[in-house]
Design a protein around this ligand. Structure first.
Ligand code: WQD
Length: 343
């Protein structure tokens, strides 16, 4: 199969590219390299292109035709929630505009299969009782422009299905973590695990955004999913697009199990060998107490389930951090995991 992966030079995209190549698919990457790294695409063809500029449509159409692409995996997007609140119009231009250009090019080139990276951010403040999992039928109520753009793209994908027969499937990612290969670690320091690793190696205390939530230990609960499992879900979604019978077009990708901030920090301590002495600070505005995915739909329809543990996520994130960031300012003094749970 010939697969075009937008955003294939980024953290998640590069994992998807490697798994596709492992099963002998031909991969073409389209990336603007704004956060992606060219070396991370390996032997895949790399087309340097910004999807948000209108003249990309013709170029994209040519790439789709020239390589006789069978299906597109669309991962390229801006993904910082805070930045989207500050620059909402730009987020719509980048994420929704880019998506529209891609759809135009696909229709023109006659490519009718697309897997789209959506996000749990689409659920936003969706009304879910404490302790209950979020299902794909839970009404989305995005809080940030970022979450809004993901939901709008899902709608555009569905509308293109009705209009010209696009076969689309959207994966709503929960909290993605870890690495499958140390050199493919998340280069951004925006989420809990990298933020905690940066604090620890700089000799600072990792911050906990509130310990007065209605959860067992008072800290926020999220569904952390290993990036390798997530990448594997992309392959399952591509196979699903081959089927004529496709009862659903949106799937949660998580583990079905939530972990609290303190539980994640404890695992980071075991992986890295640092003693964990977190600083409890105020809640972060907009953070829900608890979000974890109901994953029964993806299991039933795609036959996909997560396989990796939280320990494997923090172990691999720590290994990648050491490789990328070199000697820590402050060396670990605690007791690390005796036998790291590496794969
Ligand atoms: C996780 C938990 C924080 C940092 C993000 C995106 C979302 C989706 C998943 C893709 C929360 C707490 C964090 C810190 C902390 N991704 N925390 N101290 O906000 O759940 O979701 O990833 O599209 O769109 O927003 O992830 O890693 O920021 O936070 O206590 O220094 O850790 O409050 O409970 P979040 P996160």
């Amino acid at each position: 199969m010939k697969v075009l992966v937008t955003g294939g030079a980024g953290y998640i995209g590069a994992h998807v590219v490697r798994l596709l190549q492992r099963r002998d698919d031909t991969v073409i990457v389209v990336d603007d390299l704004s956060t992606g790294v060219a070396e991370n695409v390996g032997t895949a063809a790399l087309v340097h292109l910004d999807l948000s500029v209108p003249d990309c449509v013709e170029k994209l159409e040519n790439v789709l035709t020239e390589y006789a692409v069978d299906a597109v995996i669309h991962i390229a997007a801006k993904k910082q929630v805070g930045e989207s609140v500050e620059r909402p119009v730009w987020y719509y231009q980048q994420n929704v505009g880019g998506f529209g250009h891609l759809l135009q090019a696909m229709q023109a080139a006659g490519v009718n299969k697309m897997m789209f990276s959506s996000s749990a951010a689409a659920y936003g403040k969706a009304d879910v009782p404490a302790g209950q999992l979020v299902t794909e039928d839970t009404a989305p109520q995005p809080i940030s422009p970022y979450g809004e753009t993901k939901l709008v793209c899902e709608w555009m994908m569905r509308a293109a299905g009705v209009s010209w027969g696009l076969r689309g499937v959207g994966l709503r990612y929960f909290n993605v973590a870890g690495t499958g290969w140390p050199e493919l670690g998340d280069p951004t320091v925006l989420n809990l695990i990298p933020l905690a690793l940066r604090s620890l190696t700089a000799g600072e205390r990792p911050k906990v955004f509130g310990n007065d939530y209605p959860t067992p230990d008072g800290t926020g609960i999220r569904d952390y999913v290993h990036v390798l499992d997530l990448a594997d879900a992309h392959l399952a979604a591509l196979d699903y697009l081959e089927r004529d019978d496709r009862p659903y077009d949106i799937f949660n990708v998580g583990t079905g199990h939530g972990s609290s901030v303190l539980e994640v920090l404890a695992e980071i301590g075991k992986s890295s060998g640092y003693a964990i002495d977190p600083e409890i600070v105020a809640r972060r505005p907009g953070d829900p107490a608890e979000v974890a995915a109901d994953v029964s739909r993806i299991k039933e329809a795609l036959g996909w389930t997560s396989r990796h543990t939280l320990a494997e996520m923090t172990d691999s994130a720590w290994t990648a951090w050491e490789l990328t960031h070199g000697e820590p300012k402050v060396a670990p003094t605690g007791t690390g995991r005796a036998t790291p749970a590496r794969r």
